[in-house]
Structure formats: C-alpha cells, structure tokens
Design a protein around this ligand. Structure first.
Ligand code: SF4
Ligand code: SF4
Length: 169
C-alpha cells in the first residue's frame, strides 16, 4: 500500500484509536511535536514508506486500520534509535511494535519472513540459521572447523514458555 493510498482512502477509526491510545499511553504519542529527530536518524528510512514521525501522527489521528494492513510497520529494523533520540516519550519504535501486535491479534497479513523467523526461534532458539564463515582465501568453514562449540538447541520447556509468551498480551 502506498503513502498516497493511505492518505486518500483512510478514514479514522475513532473507537480503535481510543483503545490503542489507552494501551500505549506510557509512550505518549500525543506528546509528539514533530521535531523529526526520530525520522532523521531512522536506520530504515530508505525502506520505510512512512517516516517514523508520520506513523506516530497517523496513530494519533486514528488511521490505525490502514497501518496494520500495510507492509510499512514490518520494515522497521527495531534498532531503537528513534526511542533514544525522541525528546518526548513518543517513541515510534513502541508505537510500531504495538501496531505489529495488533496486526497479529487481528489476523492481518504478516510477512512470510517474520513468520519464518518466529518458527525458527521456536525450533532452534536462534533468529538466524547457523552460517558458515568465508575466509579471505575463499574457504568456507563451519563452527566445528573453527573450533567453536556446537550450538545447544532449546529444550521443550523453552518452546512451552516461548509459545505462552507469544499468546499473552
Ligand atoms: S522524535 Fe519524538 S517528538 Fe520528535 S517527531 Fe519523533 S516521535 Fe515526535
Ligand atoms: S526502531 Fe524502527 S522506526 Fe525507530 S529508528 Fe529504528 S528502524 Fe526507524
């Protein structure tokens, strides 16, 4: 969904706005005064179709349905820079995380890569699969060949706790 679509077809959902603002009151999006410090330091600015301060503004005005059904909220790199740079408590990072949770709750489309990562963490405890290292002379070496200990995979207890955390608010 493009920025133009978001702005032209969107209608504020005031009921959802009230619910969401109450849920994230500690991140105080209403205190944002558009200084743009978040956007000017955003790691994913080139990828984000919306700028972080605009996401905060759209939530403030109730354009939440449009955000949770767009890919925009999934392009944040979760680097937390905006949280560090914000002179207020209005952090785009927390607002975006809330929107992601809401998207999952409302069964909106979640990008395949994110679902794959969650399933991989569940199976291996790692966000990325084990990778080989390529040396300067082009050799490909495994952990074993580098003398590193083998990775211990999570127990069933980890899986139970992880699944419980995933389903709790
Ligand atoms: S840094 Fe904070 S106050 Fe400034 S535009 Fe971003 S969210 Fe708003
Ligand atoms: S946490 Fe997301 S929105 Fe905030 S600066 Fe990093 S990439 Fe940008």
């Amino acid at each position: 969904m493009s920025l133009i679509d978001l702005m032209t077809m969107g209608k504020p959902n005031l009921e959802l706005r009230k619910k969401i603002l109450a849920r994230i009151s500690e991140y105080a999006p209403q205190d944002c005064f558009k200084c743009l410090r978040c956007t000017s330091g955003c790691t994913a600015l080139k990828l984000l179709e919306l700028k972080p301060h605009e996401i905060v503004s759209l939530v403030k005005f109730g354009f939440i349905d449009e955000l949770i059904t767009s890919d925009i909220i999934w392009t944040c790199a979760t680097c937390l820079k905006c949280k560090e740079r914000c002179p207020q408590r209005a952090t785009p990072y927390d607002v975006i995380m809330m929107l992601r949770n809401l998207a999952v709750e409302q069964e909106a489309k979640v990008p395949e890569a994110h679902l794959k990562t969650v399933s991989q963490i569940l199976e291996t405890g790692l966000a990325q699969t084990e990778q080989k290292v390529i040396t300067k002379d082009g050799k490909s070496l495994s952990r074993e060949e580098l003398g590193l200990p083998s990775i211990k995979y999570p127990s069933d207890m980890f899986k139970t706790v992880f699944l419980k955390a995933e389903t709790e608010e």
